[in-house]
Write a protein that binds this ligand. Structure first.
Ligand code: APR
Length: 245
């Protein structure tokens, strides 16, 4: 592994444009379970609660689970070393952007500036009728479903549900950065969800070197990965930190 880490550090230092593509795995060491795998959230909860059409017809039922998963569970999660090393790489011009599938806001909280949130952000809620945006910390989650104080309509978390389109700017910025990337560092993603998983594939097609940080092999590993740093995100990125700085 040491040789791979040294090789990776050299590649990153020589790169003129590097992006990170992160998934749920980077937040596992912040206490947030992944969606898939042994302890995945989808083993415990029915993903239907995040299906847009089901939500629109069963808002109260869905909000019971959405509150438990994304506001009770996630509320106190803090960035871990993996988020912090990526932010440090950005402030030292070794990383140009983070494209994240995560909605937990932890990249921003770790100090990253250029973050494209492909699936939105759970810290905001939006009125389904008038579009008024609320900050999650101003919502009383004892009364669900939360309602708009403008028109009484139900609020929806400002992250995308299954069946919903990707936020336009995040989509455009993510693929534009992938097209320019000389290196793409994939951290903690199965690569099972599209169109997000096309971002690293686009980088590969544009000639980027693909570095993958994950304790497991994924569908990326055999398809596009050049260097697989097998291990946990915080552990691997701390080791990379020592070589980069
Ligand atoms: N460090 C790095 N990777 C880890 C760690 C860790 N400590 N723990 C688990 N992983 C890896 C797992 O091996 C797996 O490959 O993180 C990945 C988590 O996969 P998923 O739960 O499928 O997460 P992700 O790929 O981000 O899912 C994409 O699916 O449900 C939707 O919108 C949701 O954004 C999510 C999308």
């Amino acid at each position: 592994m040491d040789l791979l880490l040294k090789e990776t550090s050299k590649i990153i230092k020589q790169s003129n444009f590097t992006i990170a593509f992160t998934g749920a795995g980077i937040s596992v060491e912040s206490g947030i379970p992944p969606f898939r795998g042994g302890h995945g959230l989808w083993n415990k909860y029915d993903p239907q609660v995040l299906d847009l059409s089901y939500f629109l017809n069963n808002a109260e039922h869905c909000w019971t689970y959405i509150r438990e998963i994304f506001y009770d569970f996630f509320a106190d999660a803090k960035p871990n070393d993996a988020h912090r090393v990526l932010a440090k790489m950005e402030s030292n011009n070794l990383l140009n952007a983070v494209v994240t599938q995560n909605i937990d806001n932890l990249h921003y909280e770790a100090g990253s500036k250029t973050v494209y949130e492909f699936h939105g952000n759970s810290k905001k809620l939006k009125c389904l009728k008038c579009g008024k945006v609320y900050d999650a910390k101003d919502i009383d989650f004892a009364n669900i479903p939360p309602k708009c104080n403008n028109d009484g309509e139900i609020l929806k978390p400002d992250f995308i549900f299954f069946g919903e389109g990707i936020p336009h700017d995040a989509y455009a910025d993510s693929f534009a950065s992938a097209e320019k990337a000389e290196v793409c560092i994939i951290v903690g993603s199965t690569g099972e969800v599209t169109p997000a998983s096309y971002v690293p594939r686009t980088a590969k097609q544009a000639g980027a070197t693909i570095i993958e940080i994950n304790p497991e092999e994924t569908i990326f590993t055999s398809a596009i990965t050049d260097i697989h740093l097998k291990g946990k995100a915080a552990e691997i990125l701390n080791q990379l930190d020592e070589l980069l700085f």
